[in-house]
Design a protein around this ligand. Structure first.
Ligand SMILES: [Zn+2]
Length: 56
């Protein structure tokens, strides 16, 4: 077995939120689907961390 260097947790920026940890989604109302604004929510891709484990 080859000796390993200190194991770093490998992560990469979350593609869903581009590393911000938050995603904004348009808020639409009613019948006409009018967009009334934007709501920022926690990114479900990374759970707000902004990065996800890089799996090799
Ligand atoms: Zn994310």
């Amino acid at each position: 077995m080859a000796p390993r260097k200190a194991a770093k947790p490998k992560t990469k920026p979350c593609p869903s939120c581009n590393g911000s940890g938050e995603v904004s989604r348009p808020v639409r109302v009613g019948r006409k689907r009018r967009t009334v604004g934007q709501q920022t929510g926690m990114c479900l891709g990374c759970f707000g961390a902004g990065e996800i484990p890089a799996t090799d």
